[in-house]
Design a binder for this molecule. Sequence first.
Ligand code: PAF
Length: 296
Amino acid sequence: MRFTLVGAGAVGSLWALKLQQAGHQVHLVTRHEEVTLERSFEKTQPVKFSANQPDLLKDSDCIVICVKAFNVEATIQHILPHLHPDTPVILMHNGMGTTDTALRLVSNNPLLFATTSHGSLMLTATEVKHTGIGETRMGGLNTLGMRCDFLADVFSHALAPCCWDESIEQALWHKLAINCMINPLSAIHQITNGDLLLPHYRDQLISLSEEIAFVMNAEGIAISREEVLNRALYVAQATASNYSSMNRDIFHQRRSEIDFITGYLVERAALHGIATPENTVLYHAIKNLEQSYDHT
Ligand code: PAF
């Protein structure tokens, strides 16, 4: 298949290499004109990808948007003029809160969402490290997208497992919970995901999991506080050497996805009249760090 991946960050680069290795043609849309990527610690040749070619974008069999949540709208606007009406478009990012905009803008194409718990890290601008085996869940956001279940098999063949989800909303909530548990704490303390397994963080993780479970229950997702905690600890263990995406954003003084992760949780909690003091403290701590960049 001919893929276009928009965004060559840690997750987009990992999928670009895996899809290319599985025999697909991969074209990238990024800030750079030509992109070379290589997998860290694997004895394979660096791969050169063509980039930013309107014809390749138009001829794509599938477009995967791997940009940060806050860039989704601008990215869709950018690719819209080159989008063939039959081409499936897949959103793949952390957090929630972008689907209404995407559904409005991409109303005639199959639209899907894929969420992954694979750990991936850019060691340099070209070197990608797959830091933890996770899973990918994919599902349709509109009727046309719901007919594209074959794409889960295509993705699974490139980087297993990728499961098709009839209710992708539920999978997104499960991933949101993991990101609310891991990302802000690992960013504030500048620690690896694995460090969160230390006893020092356990009480705070328990309080966070309690609030998150309450909100998920109010959203119609049956989950216990213990399950929220255990799922997050499992991912922290599986990606122990990884610095979370928010950790990297704060480290490099970039904007983080906090508004679409903890911010989304806190917003939904408020609508249900649920108090989320622990999550709110983390939300403001990250916002303060982001604002402090302007004063340096
Ligand atoms: O945001 C991230 O870094 C990832 O979603 C995850 C799964 C927490 C691994 O680091």
